[in-house]
Write a protein that binds this ligand. Sequence first.
Ligand SMILES: Nc1ncnc2c1ncn2[C@@H]1O[C@H](COP(=O)(O)OP(=O)(O)O)[C@@H](O)[C@H]1O
Ligand SMILES: [Mg+2]
Length: 239
Amino acid sequence: MSALLSVQSLVAGYGGVAIIEDINLDVAENEISVIIGPNGAGKSTLLKTIFALTARSEGTISFAGKDISGLKTSQLVPLGISMVPQSRNVFPTLTVDENLDVGTYAAPPKDKEAVRENVLSLFPDLRDKLGQAAGELSGGQRQMVAMGRALMSEPKLLLLDEPTAGLSPAYLEIIFDLLLDIRKHGVTILMVEQNAKQALRIADNGHVLVSGRNFISGSGESLLNDDAVRRSFLGGAAA
Ligand SMILES: Nc1ncnc2c1ncn2[C@@H]1O[C@H](COP(=O)(O)OP(=O)(O)O)[C@@H](O)[C@H]1O
Ligand SMILES: [Mg+2]
């Protein structure tokens, strides 16, 4: 099957300075793909470039067989791409319900109520917090709000930047289980994760980004068992 997302020879950065260089990456439909790598490697820049939040200077990005390289973020959402940024990813003074509603603005669903029900069925913890300000929730619950908001546009591809950053190990498990549930709903996932070992365990494929370049790609399992990857990026211990 051809890839849902295909990134070819991508170069991007800030103010004319290239941060990511010659990135090639394919994400197949309905897979979970994980990008790992050291701080400052350009992982967030890569996700933001796919979502047209950072300027691409070279290369192409295709989605569902269509060249989307020149499109704006507001055009990508109706096509079926959604993103949860790395941090400060909820509107703290808006209620949980209002945060979810914001997720419909760029691509209003036909049946908003049905989509909202669908999202709440994934995050039942949010049901009795709908009227509460998102800023009052715990970090894990805020992450659920951010993910829920991103799902309100019914994406085919969900981009997630470090969804477990700052969360307790218990919440990490919960979020990773949720990602598996979200995938079961037919959503393809491309995410950046610092908790590399755990992320590779649930991933179909992984990509190790170093200094803006793709150091190695492979199945989650093959990366977990790769000596060089283990030594440099997974803390050395056996998978
Ligand atoms: N808005 C920005 N303007 C200028 N430089 C940036 C900006 N965002 C990130 N950078 C730089 O780009 C590099 C990669 O950052 P980032 O993509 O956030 O890495 P990662 O997510 O892998 O930690 C870093 O050197 C960072 O300082
Ligand atoms: Mg980052």
